[in-house]
Design a protein around this ligand. Structure first.
Ligand SMILES: O=P(O)(O)OC[C@H]1O[C@](O)(CO)[C@@H](O)[C@@H]1O
Length: 183
């Protein structure tokens, strides 16, 4: 019997997801401006907002899984906390798990009737996301927020739906406090 090295390695508490099978993507401010209520003219377009590391089976065979890591930088946009774009799944039967590894933040959730709620994310937190619920990560801390995820390859990302039907809550931060703004 041959014994192989794993195709990906995830240093849960301190590191990132690495290996030949891992794809990395980077979201820069220039591609994230429209997530925020206001545009910050002083924030450089090439500011890294978040990185996503993906270990995928690479084909869309039903039942296969993705493993991912999102690293959200501790940036704010005129006081609004940094966040992922957020999305519904295209296949509403596909749920997802998130796992907090580092930093602190919120998992913003929105169900199909537009009701928003959130769960605190911190090292060790575990979050089940129903397939019909839109989800977005928000960094409310002062360090990188690292969150792992596991979801079916056939989930898809429905960005069009979230753009037509956006999250109704925004999170702001000042020196002492987190503020929730709801529509
Ligand atoms: O695609 P978005 O909404 O920017 O968010 C990236 C997120 O999507 C996922 O790839 C899958 O839900 C997560 O790993 C990551 O947090």
């Amino acid at each position: 019997m041959k014994i192989f090295e794993p195709k990906a390695k995830h240093d849960f508490m301190n590191g990132i997801l690495q290996g030949d099978a891992v794809e990395k993507s980077v979201k820069l401010y220039k591609d994230a401006k429209h997530f925020y209520k206001n545009v910050d003219a002083d924030l450089r377009d090439d500011t890294v907002m978040y990185e996503v590391y993906l270990y995928s089976k690479g084909d869309d065979k039903v039942g296969n899984l993705n493993w991912g890591l999102t690293v959200l930088k501790p940036v704010s946009v005129l006081g609004e906390c940094n966040m992922t774009r957020g999305h519904f799944h295209k296949d509403l039967n596909c749920a997802e798990f998130y796992f907090g590894f580092a930093g602190k933040g919120l998992l913003l959730l929105m169900d199909e009737d537009g009701t928003c709620y959130s769960e605190k994310v911190f090292p060790g937190s575990v979050h089940h996301i129903d397939g019909r619920v839109a989800h977005r990560l928000i960094n409310i801390g002062d360090e990188d927020m690292k969150v792992g995820a596991c979801w079916p390859v056939q989930s898809g990302h429905d960005y069009e739906r979230i753009e037509k039907f956006p999250f109704k809550a925004r999170i702001y931060k000042d020196a002492n406090d987190i503020k929730v703004e709801e529509e």
